[in-house]
Design a protein around this ligand. Structure first.
Ligand code: SAH
Length: 359
């Protein structure tokens, strides 16, 4: 078979339509045709550019927020400094540079990178040369020391399932079927789904909701560890509080595309439902969901931008000013992207964030 589409058509012919989750997993992670396995994907040559790739200021401020949290928790002498889905390693590199003068931080940290793509692991190894690095696929069996973790545009890459509200308390799962040409979305038979009962009150017939079981699993693992052993997690992504509507999105050659066309050749993402994340992370506390723009402003991005601007002129200065705007402005990434932190119950939130609601 020479394309992922052929492979998926064969699979559907044998097993029936795929859930959106199985489809996303294949498109992103198939070892032969998956998007992350085959493309440069992130950065200037890729299909999308992420906050750490836009400016070093993003990672620097995230690093200083984590270091402050580490100090608030008594500067533990051994802790895990972890990142989920480090991409090109840029965010971690900026965190490490910004925290290098925080007394004791580097001596206490053990860096842990969670990365599924062997190709990206190689890029991360090169970016982070000179540091002791360990890669893992998940958070099972971590040592019982505090976990300080960041994830930027990781949760949005995880598979979701979609359900459309049918009559009464019934739901139809959105799936991917073979069409006349290639693949096409369809709906399964209406069925009651007790796990979705909590959404019966705020949805109407025809509404689509999304469930990120994989994102919930990561939140559960982080929450359990942080509540028991200490630490903090800064989770940045686009999304909101409670999902509503179809947010499955494909980006191919930097432009929006049909998610069911050319599987494996486009980046597929979905908005993150941070309410699900906060709920799954219990007994850890979740902060209030904050916008990226407000968070970065509170941490002093404008002062940092002015300091960096002093050494720049011409095109480099213009690019720097544009990057500041892009990260914080409401019409750019400032409000679309959100940040949620998870901390041990009752712990003071990381700087720039406020305590959240209790469930
Ligand atoms: N955080 C980076 C990259 C975001 S792209 C940045 O901000 O630039 C998403 C990253 O998550 C990629 O590194 C991808 O390979 C990784 N990834 C996606 N699904 C994963 C999974 N299930 N397990 C581990 N890593 C995953």
């Amino acid at each position: 078979m020479s394309t992922l589409q052929e492979k998926l058509v064969a699979r559907i012919t044998q097993d029936g339509p795929l859930g959106i989750d199985a489809y996303m997993r294949a498109c992103l992670l198939d070892p032969d045709f998956g998007y992350y396995a085959t493309r440069p994907s992130i950065g200037a040559e890729g299909d999308f550019i992420t906050a750490p790739e836009i400016s070093q200021m993003f990672g620097e401020l995230m690093g200083l927020a984590l270091a402050q949290s580490w100090m608030d928790q008594g500067a533990p002498s051994a802790f895990l400094l972890a990142e989920l889905g480090p991409g090109r390693g840029t965010l971690m590199a900026d965190i490490l540079r910004a925290t290098r003068h925080v007394p004791g931080f580097h001596a206490a940290m053990r860096i842990l990178l969670i990365e599924a793509s062997p190709r990206l692991r190689e890029i991360q190894r090169a970016t982070l040369e000179g540091f002791d690095l360990a890669w893992r696929e998940d958070l099972a069996g971590l040592p019982g020391i505090p976990l300080f973790l960041v994830a930027n545009e990781f949760l949005d890459a995880l598979p979701i399932r979609q359900f459309r509200r049918a009559e009464g308390d019934l739901w139809e799962e959105r799936r991917v079927d073979r069409g006349l040409q290639g693949l096409t979305p369809c709906y399964g038979e209406p069925a009651p789904l007790p796990a979705l009962d909590y959404r019966l009150g705020d949805t109407r017939q025809g509404d689509i909701i999304e469930i990120g079981e994989a994102a919930q699993d990561w939140a559960r693992a982080i929450g359990a560890h942080v509540a028991r052993h200490g630490g903090a997690a800064l989770l940045v992504d686009y999304g909101g509080w409670r999902s509503l509507g179809d947010t499955l999105q494909a980006l191919r050659h930097k432009a929006p595309a049909d998610p069911f066309e050319a599987p494996g050749q486009a980046d597929l993402t979905a908005h993150v439902d941070f309410a699900e994340i906060a709920r799954a992370a219990l007994p850890a506390s979740a902060t209030r969901l904050e916008t990226q723009g407000v968070f970065l402003e509170r941490l002093g991005i404008t002062a940092r931008a002015q300091a960096l601007a002093k050494g720049l002129s011409g095109a480099a200065l213009d690019a720097h000013i544009a990057a500041h705007r892009r990260l914080t402005h409401p019409e750019e990434m400032g409000t679309l992207f959100k940040i949620l932190a998870l901390t041990p119950p009752g712990q003071r939130p990381p700087p720039g964030l406020e305590p959240g609601i209790r469930f």
